[in-house]
Write a new protein. Structure first.
Length: 123
């Protein structure tokens, strides 16, 4: 009977270990996803028309940033502009002073998507 009890104890112990591993693994994954979603690290990259095309700005170069929280910004001339809604909501000004007009004018601006994609790739 002692052998049967020992086998049952091992089975319970293994089951507990699996539950503990599953919980710890789930927490690690959730923590990693949470850290990524909050933009756990900040990254920057110098950019210009040779690295982002088509170039949507009136200045010749600047710095794209992925700030904590997924805030995407473009920095030039000492000012950091918000490229996405969360960045502008956080207080970064819209890039209107450095945003190039679209060909044909009409009050339209160049598409920011190439700059947004390059900034997002930094996150």
């Amino acid at each position: 009977m002692a052998g049967l009890e020992m086998t049952a104890d091992r089975a319970v112990s293994r089951s507990r270990n699996k539950v503990v591993y599953a919980v710890v693994g789930g927490l690690l994954v959730a923590g990693g996803v949470g850290w990524w979603a909050l933009g756990g690290e900040e990254h920057s990259r110098e950019v210009s028309a040779s690295t982002v095309s088509p170039w949507p700005f009136t200045v010749t170069s600047g710095t794209l940033n992925c700030r904590t929280g997924g805030l995407l910004t473009f920095e030039s001339g000492g000012t950091e502009y918000g490229l996405n809604g969360p960045a502008q909501d956080a207080g970064y000004p819209a890039p209107l002073p450095v945003w190039a007009d679209a060909q044909g004018g009409g009050g339209l601006h160049m598409d920011l998507l190439p700059a947004l994609d390059a900034a997002q790739a930094l996150c």
